[in-house]
Structures are given as structure tokens and as C-alpha cells.
Write a protein that binds this ligand. Structure first.
Ligand code: MIG
Length: 679
């Protein structure tokens, strides 16, 4: 049951597509005060658990910290960061009362989950105009499923998006890309995609190619595709101010850019230098921006990532001038410490400065609206521009697409990656925590930069991160580090080969569970408590996750750890994996276990009376046979598993022929449409 409460006269966010009527009652779960800001307060019991809030720092349970939905480019995801790149305003409270709550608002909103007062959840909206949805249900998953049904089906990528992907902000020339492909092939490590970062563009201008480094871009795309490898270029939000650059010229002529207070095209500094920002909150301008993606699709591209769409602003003239003036004023004088630190701060706060987001305006249905009022809609709509364009330009074939910035609503058009993490153990753990909460907010296609984006990784960290990455829908190794981290550069290449082979072998299961989750408004990653709601122990377990209906994972995420405690909420079968020819299967009983897991081993668990369909891996998904499947199983009673499988591209996913029934009974298995063998 969902109730919707209205405050003031909110701006439409297009997040909720199946809206219930506005309730005439007053909201009962929260006390509401309305002074300068709208404040919702909920009294929490000590044992209440708070899930949700999607991409944020800290644990799966969000208690005892404050999270602010203010989409923001910030490259150090430290323990004190209140905002990352996203605005995911859905949360689930489980305890004396159990309910979901979604704050549908375009502006800045903060969630103080017991930081100021350990017993209080205090939600403060800068904007007094918003809708609040309260969702009751029969279980936590039921609440999330109702929420998801209300916001519409999640984005589903093509099947090759479940392969292993290599990226690094480093590759430049055609030979660089060829070499990555070749080295992976020589190491016999499967690979489905190589990413192109901003260097493939001409002066960082979106929808251009640097022809000096990539004279035959189109040829390279098809040469790679013949090998089963997709090139995935980046698109940046800021459009370079540069006479003669077609996107700039057309944008100015068509009035597609955001305006400053005087009605001129707003100017800010990002990678290309001075940039304009497309007014993607306006339907016409958003469509115009979306149309530009044709440039890449026409060249054979079928995967793209969107970056810097918070929008990230490095500087504006306004802020720079303040800083210059300060320097001019201070030059030559002796600085007292106060002044010195003040000057440093002037410079260190140039980027992502909240004041800059007050300098420009959108035209929403003829109404001029200052950006800060609708800030969190920007990245969402920039990626929506692309998603809508793909539906127009490629109606029969799914395109791989994910975005850095996001707000709920964008989940219908795009996946997300979790941005600029570091090669820190704490960030491997963070990504484990982020996955289920991100899923609750509708984003199913997601993953973190494996190995860490910033700082140099090491072989041990990389190994453990790949072991976890095997289960994330987006499995991408990406970095900007000095040290190379392609998997073939490490000593124990064989271990990485074995691990990536497991990923490929699991694709039938991972893809099936992913698409079913999208079609049924279910989650792909779940906290254990979602499945074992009555088992109080599971609420304290944040380092194990359910992956689809059959698997529980227990990643190793600490330096020099060669084992870990695992809690089994029911009897399960452990798979201790070293390679596809060398793994152990051990039936284990409900309860606590200490399990040794040396560096070249990976453990995961199969729930009782469940199966995991697998296929023979190949160097790319294109070369795999998905009609001959092998079942890992832990089956004591007759069971049926519904396998989802299709051609990997179709946009017509609900067709009955994509659902294949597998039955297992007494060591025999059977499938109507595929050959299946029990392992
Ligand atoms: O300011 O395009 O998060 O993945 O490699 C940095 C360069 C801009 C940030 C993205 C990262 C990407 C990088 N970008």
C-alpha cells in the first residue's frame, strides 16, 4: 500500500511514473515542521535498521551518519563525505514499524540518520515543495518491489555487458587499443570491451574524434568487433566554447544552453576549458543533445558512458576573479595564518562550488528556474537524453550505457558506476555495501572501478577485487593510476584467468537473475536480512550478500586475510573455487564457520534446493554456447529453476520463449529448450 503526501507545489521530476492519488490525510509517520526548510522527523528505536539511500558511503545500514543528496564530483570518497554523485532519496526503515519512504524532490535534501540525535531520523529538504511517498508491505522486499513498480522498469543492457571490461584513462592511439586486446588474448583472459576515455576526443569535445591518434576510428571499431570486443567511448557533459565546433555552433543557434542571469549562455570551466551546459531539463534541448549520440552509433559504437554530468564545474570566472583579487590584494604582504589558510581555501573550493550552481537557469516549460533548485535533475536528464535517443535510434537493439551522476528515474535509461574510488581496501568494502542499496533505488546495472581508480593498486587487492567483481553486473577494471593494472601485468596471471573464466561461466546465471530482477521489480543484490527476515543475526551482517535467488557471496576484503568467518542463515553448499577444473563442493550446516581462503581461491555458497546454470567460457561472450548448460546444484527435493535467456540484444524481453524451465529431480535434470547437464 502506497500513500502520497503533497507539500506545496512541487516541480515534476519524472521519477514516479505510476502515481497514486494525493492523500488527503496528514502524514503520520513523521512529525513535520516548516520554517525556512521542510523538516521531517522520525523517532527510531535502538534496533531499527535503515536501508536504502543508494550510492553513499558507509555500511548497508545507514544509521549514525548524515547523507546529503547533492550530486557532486568529488574524488576522495572518505568516511566523512556526505554526498557522492547521486540523489537516491528512497529509504527503508525496519523495526518497530516497517515502511519505505521516498522523497520526490529535485532540490537538495539531507538525511540525518541519527548523527545529530542517535534516536532521530531527520530529513531536511531545502525545497518546501515536494511529494513524500510512504510504502507499507508484507516484507522488506515487498516494499522495495512496490516502490520499483511505481518508478518503472530498470535499464537492461545487452548480454555482452556481462563480460569483463578493461578501461584506463591512459589509452590514446589505435595501437594502444589493439595492444590491450592482443595482450588479453595472449594471456587467454576473456574480454568483451575496452573503454575510450576523454583522450579519444579532439580537445575533450564531446562527439568529436582525435584524428591524429585515431585516423581510422571506424576501422578500429569494426576490427575490434570482429574479435568480439566492443569499444566504449565516454561523453562529457560540458560543451567546449569553440567557434567552428559544430555542437557548440548548433547549440548557440538553437538556444540549447543554460543561461546566466543576464540571458547569455552560461560559461564554466571543465576539461575542454570554457564550456556551456546543455539545458537538458527542457524536452526540446534534451532531445537535441540525445540526437548527437548518432555520431557514435553511426560509427558502429554500441556502448557509451556519460561522465561529469553532476554537472561537474571546475571553475567559473566569478569564482576565479574572487581568488585573483585576493591574491592581488595580498601579494607582497606578510600573511598571518588566518589569511594564509583563507587564501588556500579560496583555491581549494573553486571546484564544485555551491555558489556556481546559483549562476545559471533552466527553461522548464517556459518557466525560468535557477539551477540550484533542480540541481539533482541534471545528471539524470543528461543520461536520459541518451537513453531516449537510443530508443529512437536503436529500437531493436540494446545499447550498453551507464552514467556517473544519477537520480532515481534515470534508472529506466541507464546504469551507473560508483565513480572515482581509490585502490584502498576500504573502497572494496564500500562497494560491497553500496550494491544492495543502489539496487533498492532501481539501478541494477552497476559496479565500482575494479582495482581502484585513484592511487596505485597491488596484486593482492586486485585479486580480491576481481573476486568480488565476478558478481557485479558491471565488471570493469578502470583507473587513472601511474601503475598499469590490466590483469596480464601481474605475476599470477593464471589466477586472474581462472577468475575471469568463472565470471564467464556464470553469465547464464548472472544474466538470468539480472533480467528477471529487472522484469519483476526485484533486486539482484540483497542484504541477507531481505531473504532471512526473521533471523535477527542477518541484520548485523554487512559483508555477505545474496546474488540472485541461488547464491550467497562472502568476499574477502581485508589486506593479508587468508580466511574469514561466514554466517550461513540456512544449510548451504560451499564452492571453493580455484579454477573450473579444480574446485571443492562442501555441504555446510546453518551457523558460523571459519573458512580458509588463500589468495587464489574464491568462495561462494549455493542455497539449499537451488541451482546455478553455467556455460563453457570463451575469450568473448560472442563465442560462448548458451544452449549447452551445466548446473552447479545443491538439490535435495525436486525443484524448478526459470532461466531467462535471449539473443543478448532484443528489446522485446518479456516474450515467453525467453523463459526456459529447468527441473532437477533425483540427480536428473531436464530443460525444454536447452541441453543441461548436472555437474
Ligand atoms: O575529472 O575522463 O569518474 O572515470 O576516467 C576526471 C577522465 C574526469 C572522471 C571519471 C573517470 C574518468 C575521468 N573523469
Amino acid at each position: 500500500m502506497i500513500k502520497r503526501f503533497r507539500f506545496g507545489n512541487p516541480i515534476e521530476t519524472d521519477t514516479v511514473i505510476n502515481k497514486c492519488d494525493i492523500s488527503l490525510e496528514t502524514i503520520d509517520k513523521f512529525t513535520v515542521t516548516n520554517e525556512e526548510k521542510l523538516v521531517f522527523t522520525y523517532q527510531m528505536d535502538p534496533q531499527d535498521v535503515v536501508y536504502g539511500l543508494g550510492e553513499n558511503i558507509n555500511g548497508i545500514n545507514k544509521r549514525n551518519f548524515t547523507y546529503i543528496s547533492r550530486c557532486m564530483d568529488g574524488s576522495r570518497h572518505t568516511e566523512d563525505r556526505n554526498s557522492l554523485y547521486a540523489a537516491h532519496n528512497f529509504m527503508l526503515i525496519k523495526g518497530k514499524e516497517t515502511f519505505g519512504v521516498f522523497f520526490d524532490v529535485a532540490g537538495i535534501i539531507s538525511f540525518d540518520v541519527g548523527e545529530t540525535d542517535i534516536d532521530k531520523l531527520i530529513v531536511t529538504s531545502d525545497d518546501q515543495d515536494l511529494d513524500v511517498y510512504i510504502i507499507d508491505g508484507t516484507s522488506m522486499q515487498d516494499i522495495v518491489t512496490q516502490f520499483r513498480a511505481m518508478i518503472g522498469r530498470s535499464y537492461i543492457p545487452p548480454k555482452w555487458a556481462f563480460g569483463y571490461h578493461q578501461s584506463r584513462w591512459f589509452y590514446k592511439t589505435e595501437d594502444d587499443f589493439r595492444e590491450i586486446a592482443k595482450k588479453y588474448q595472449e594471456a587467454k583472459i576473456p574480454l568483451d570491451a575496452i573503454y575510450m576515455d576523454i583522450d579519444y576526443m579532439d580537445e575533450y569535445s564531446s562527439f568529436t574524434i582525435n584524428r591524429k591518434n585515431l585516423p581510422n576510428f571506424e576501422g578500429l571499431v569494426s576490427e575490434m568487433k570482429e574479435q568480439g570486443i566492443h569499444l566504449v567511448p565516454i561523453i562529457d557533459a560540458g560543451i567546449k566554447v569553440k567557434p567552428g565546433y559544430n555542437i557548440y555552433e548548433e547549440g548557440v543557434k538553437g538556444n540549447h544552453f543554460c543561461k546566466d542571469a543576464n540571458g547569455n549562455d552560461f560559461k564554466c570551466g571543465v576539461w575542454p576549458g570554457y564550456c556551456h551546459l546543455v539545458d537538458v531539463l527542457n524536452d526540446e534541448h534534451r532531445k537535441w543533445f540525445g540526437d548527437q549520440y548518432k555520431f557514435l552509433l553511426d560509427k558502429g559504437i554500441d556502448g557509451i558512458w556519460n561522465d561529469m554530468n553532476e554537472p561537474s564545474i571546475f571553475y567559473t570566472d566569478e569564482r576565479l576573479n574572487e581568488a585573483y583579487e585576493m591574491v592581488d590584494r595580498l601579494r607582497g604582504s606578510e600573511l598571518d595564518l588566518q589569511t594564509y589558510f583563507g587564501m588556500r581555501k579560496k583555491f581549494s573550493t573553486l571546484s564544485s562550488n555551491p555558489k556556481d550552481y546559483q549562476l545559471f537557469y533552466h527553461d522548464i516549460n517556459g518557466k525560468k528556474i535557477r539551477h540550484d533548485k533542480v540541481h539533482n535533475l541534471y545528471g539524470y536528464n543528461l543520461s536520459r537524453a541518451a537513453g531516449e535517443a537510443f530508443e529512437r535510434m536503436s529500437p531493436d537493439k540494446r545499447i550498453l550505457f551507464f552514467s556517473r551522476s544519477s537520480m532515481i528515474g534515470m534508472h529506466r535509461y541507464s546504469g551507473i558506476w560508483t565513480g572515482d574510488n581509490h585502490a584502498w581496501w576500504s573502497h572494496l568494502k564500500l562497494s560491497i555495501h553500496q550494491m544492495p542499496n543502489i539496487n533498492m533505488c532501481g539501478f541494477l546495472y552497476t559496479g565500482s572501478d575494479i582495482g581502484g581508480f585513484g592511487s596505485d593498486t597491488n596484486e593482492e587487492l586486485m585479486t580480491r577485487w576481481v573476486e568480488f567483481g565476478i558478481f557485479t553486473p558491471l565488471m570493469r577494471n578502470h583507473s587513472q593510476s601511474r601503475r598499469a593494472q590490466e590483469l596480464y601485468v601481474f605475476n599470477h596471471t593464471e589466477t586472474f584467468k581462472n577468475l575471469v573464466e568463472l565470471r564467464y561461466a556464470l553469465i547464464p546465471y548472472l544474466y538470468s537473475e539480472f533480467v528477471k530482477a529487472a522484469l519483476n521489480n526485484d533486486s539482484y543484490f540483497k542484504p541477507l536480512s531481505f531473504v532471512y527476515e526473521d533471523d535477527a543475526r542477518t541484520y548485523n551482517i554487512e559483508d555477505q550478500l545474496m546474488v540472485g535467488e541461488s547464491i550467497m557471496i562472502a568476499p574477502v576484503y581485508e589486506q593479508n586475510c587468508r580466511g574469514r568467518y561466514v554466517y550461513l542463515p540456512e544449510d548451504m553448499k560451499m564452492i571453493k573455487y580455484r579454477s573450473l577444473d579444480d574446485y571443492e563442493e562442501v555441504e555446510m550446516s546453518k551457523g558460523d564457520h571459519y573458512i580458509n581462503v588463500v589468495l587464489n581461491e574464491l568462495i561462494f555458497f549455493i542455497r539449499k534446493n537451488h541451482v546455478v546454470p553455467m556455460a563453457k567460457p570463451a575469450l568473448t561472450t560472442k563465442d560462448m554456447d548458451f544452449d549447452n548448460l551445466y548446473l552447479l546444484s545443491y538439490v535435495k527435493d525436486p525443484i524448478e529453476y526459470v532461466l531467462y535467456d535471449d539473443d543478448g540484444y532484443t528489446t522485446d524481453m518479456e516474450r515467453e520463449e525467453h523463459f526456459h524451465k529447468i527441473t532437477v529431480n533425483n540427480n536428473e535434470c531436464h530443460c525444454t529448450s536447452k541441453k543441461v547437464t548436472l555437474l
